[in-house]
Design a binder for this molecule. Sequence first.
Ligand code: FA5
Length: 398
Amino acid sequence: MFWGSGCWFCAQIAQSVEQETENLCVAGSIPALGTMCFFLRFSLSSFVRCVAMSEELENNLDHWMETIAEASSISELEKTKASLLGRSGIITTAFKELAKLPIEEKKNLGEKLNNVKLAVEEAIENRLSKIKESIISDKLKSETLDITLPCISGSFGGSHILTQEMRKVRDYYHSKGFLVLDGPEIEKDFFNFDALNIPKHHPARQSHDTFYVDDFDEMLLRTHTTCVQVRALMNTGFPVRMISMGKTYRNDKLDATHSPMFHQVDGLVVDRCGITMGHLKNELKKFISMFFEVDDVEIRFRPSYFPFTEPGVEVDCRYKKEGGKLRITKDGDDWLELGGAGMVHPNVFKNCGIEGTAQGFAFGLGLERLIMLKTGISDIRNIYDTDVRWLRYFSSLA
Ligand code: FA5
């Protein structure tokens, strides 16, 4: 492809020298002369061919350089490289011819050929790095990120309302220096009942409608988070200030206000002495104020019975109905039940192995019921249903 008409002359010389040496060989009858002529013929023809090639290479160098410089892609450049430096490329062929020459000619022509080869190789290298650079800069241009464009809004999901409220309660008590403790949902009846002053045949045990674990009489799904209080009393030193939160289970029929699985938050404050019902009331008032995000909270205690408290109370909160929604306010004309509370029964301290005096209060509230009051949800089942519109509405990212 690169052999132009410029090589015609050299080729002619090569051919005539070949013819000459052939005639000489045929004419000579002495074998020694024939041999000599063969070598002479070979050397001359090779030499002439090589000179021709070398000149051709030098003459065509500019043309190749142009072709290399014009290669617009890596594959185009590879093709040009193969035609010059490949196995049967022009420059490689010239080197093969050079190898056939005697040492002296090899030296002279070899240098020329080498220079051509080096120049071609360098040009190819330079072009290759230029092509690569332009590929990268084209890519950078086409992949430019416009940070001023409006973002693609997608649905990334959000926290469930129960998770949001539980986080809020946990953070609130953390900030007050309370321990936030967790316990197992599959619990021993000792922690769920016995230690809490509810022995085997106590009637209160029936009211909890418990799910027992098959083949393990003493194991059950905890019916309240109060069992974590027992573990705390047995394991932490005095004073104890803790809450526990999580899932609880009762064999209750699912309806608008009951679920067989629901969440509770339990609180316990115990010291050697000096803890009163006044502290309990104050604590619950502050908690309700934080949870419902209102300042004017009024609560009342109604006497109640819990085997693990003495005295025990139901906690009510004053509210008002406005536009079909409940609003916690001191001006309310009705009372709303929030959960149970009381002073810790002395038997509980005894069952937990606490010696000496101890005094404290405890409370336990149903989280779903609190959320229903806060949001105006009238059916507890909505909280567990997977209605995406509902979930989105109450999600933190809605
Ligand atoms: C108890 O569970 C006591 N452990 C609370 C307590 C702790 C009292 C410490 C005193 C001292 P009770 O059974 O009343 O209490 O349940 C507490 C709250 O859980 C109820 O007020 C109610 O809000 C909620 N609750 C009870 N059963 C269900 C249910 N099936 N579905 C939804 N919420 C429920």
